[in-house]
Design a protein around this ligand. Structure first.
Ligand SMILES: *Cc1c(COP(=O)(O)O)cnc(C)c1O
Length: 446
């Protein structure tokens, strides 16, 4: 470096680290993050992208903007209630506050009266049993897939699972339930055809399983697709009677996690009805239509739940304290955002949509929402949307806060079904900003 090289003026790392605001940042940011931000600014100055006298200011600005977790809250204006890419169910206020409380030390495994160890998850279990009276016992694991793997491993081991060919489903991102089940060592005995499986198909398969082979019957709800036309399947009640004859458990994976029937989704199975119809074990996700945190719920007879709890894999799938707190509060707290979005006050939603469209000079168009990855495949949830030009979608997504909309042909459709009313003003401002940034020919909001 020559004498008058401006790079000599770039502030050194130690100088920057001793700046009072940088020192204060170390209360909220790790040392390696701070050093990385400093080195990036110095590097940009070395390459002539930043004048040396602006390095300090740049470091301070970067420190202010830095968020320790990069996962950003987004506004879901898609009309899809349980959106897998947006973290499925948003938690209720009660569940959010329970999760925050559980973040510190908590009595998750201690009886505070006796000072002795208590059963982990006991209160979440009690809440599940209270919310679903037909269940004798319950167990919570990390997610629905874990619950299914545990059921297979604990109930049949390397034995046989009888399942309809119409229920060999892929649940998303190339993840196939048959492969998951077989990975536990269980053998699938497929019965029936893709579109039609009868009680007699199960009966024939069960008759063929050698006496003494551990086995069960599994009924899986195809939550993300629908077969229509010439179709037939055996009911839970029919399969329960048949399984009982063979003294084998009937397991039902209902996916969605509805506690009881839901008017907006008439064909969606629920935990209480499936158990009342005779299933020995029902499996569901916590973060779909139940509206809680990610969890795998196992509800059933005392005998089956004890068998599952005693399996070594149960420990490997043990739920976190945050999940247990969030799940219990979801069950005991007020209405969940998922439930509100599934059955909104239609007139109020229509008025909010109209008001937003009027403020923007845009049109309101009919738009069907969906339950989404949670269930109710193909069931439209009738509603409306504000119609914006398609290029607005990308601008809204990259704004602050990001607003995710639905793109349909030449239009960006903004559906308020899953947006809390308290965020209408934020959404309106976000759309105004996005429309201002549109190239002039597309700015009209037709
Ligand atoms: C979603 C779903 C699963 C997987 O549950 P996760 O909680 O996502 O692991 C399993 N079975 C069915 C029928 C589902 O719909």
């Amino acid at each position: 470096m020559v004498e008058d090289d401006p790079r000599r003026l770039i502030p050194g790392t130690d100088t920057l680290l001793s700046h009072p605001r940088v020192r204060r940042a170390s209360n909220t940011l790790s040392r390696h993050v701070i050093e990385q931000l400093i080195h990036q600014a110095q590097e940009r100055a070395r390459h002539g992208e930043l004048p040396p006298d602006r390095v300090e200011g740049e470091v301070l600005a970067q420190l202010d903007a830095y968020r320790p977790s990069s996962m950003r809250p987004v506004i879901n204006a898609t009309g899809v209630v349980v959106h897998t890419n947006l973290g499925r169910a948003p938690l209720s206020p009660a569940a959010r506050s329970a999760v925050a409380d559980a973040a510190g030390y908590v009595d998750v495994e201690m009886n505070l009266e006796t000072g002795r160890r208590s059963r982990r998850g006991a209160s979440a279990r009690r809440a599940l049993l209270a919310a679903c009276p037909p269940a004798e016992d319950a167990l919570v694991v990390n997610n629905g897939a874990a619950a299914l793997a545990l059921a297979a491993a604990a109930l049949v081991g390397t034995g046989t699972i009888v399942i309809s060919r119409g229920e060999l489903v892929e649940i998303g991102a190339g993840f196939r339930l048959p492969e998951l089940i077989e990975s536990t060592g269980a053998q699938l005995l497929e019965v029936g055809t893709t579109n039609r499986t009868h009680r007699s198909d199960y009966a024939a398969a069960l008759a063929q399983i050698p006496e003494g082979t551990p086995a069960c019957v599994l009924k899986v709800h195809p939550s993300n697709y629908r077969i229509s036309g010439f179709t037939s399947s055996a009911t839970v009640a029919e399969l329960a009677a048949l399984s009982r004859q063979h003294q084998l458990p009937l397991v039902a994976d209902i996916g969605s996690g509805l506690l009881a029937p839901e008017a907006a989704l008439p064909d969606e199975p629920d935990l209480a009805t499936t158990l009342s119809d005779g299933a020995d074990l029902v499996i569901a996700s916590g973060d779909k239509l139940l509206g809680g945190p990610q969890a795998g719920l196992l509800l059933g007879t005392s005998a089956v739940i004890s068998q599952l709890s005693a399996h070594p894999l149960a420990r490997a799938m043990r739920t976190d304290k945050l999940t247990l707190a969030g799940l219990e509060a979801t069950l005991n707290g007020g209405e969940t955002p998922v439930s509100t979005a599934l059955s909104p006050d239609g007139e109020k939603l229509r008025q909010r949509t109209q008001r937003m469209a009027d403020s923007l000079g845009a049109e309101v168009v009919p738009h069907d929402g969906r339950a989404g990855g949670g269930g109710g495949p193909g069931v439209p949830l009738p509603g409306s949307a504000v119609q914006l030009p398609e290029p607005a979608a990308a601008l809204l997504r990259s704004g602050e806060p990001p607003v995710v909309t639905r793109t349909h042909g030449a239009w960006c459709l903004l559906d308020l079904r899953c947006v809390p009313e308290s965020e209408d003003e934020t959404v309106l401002q976000a759309v105004r900003t996005a429309l201002e940034d549109l190239p002039p020919p597309t700015r009209g909001v037709g």
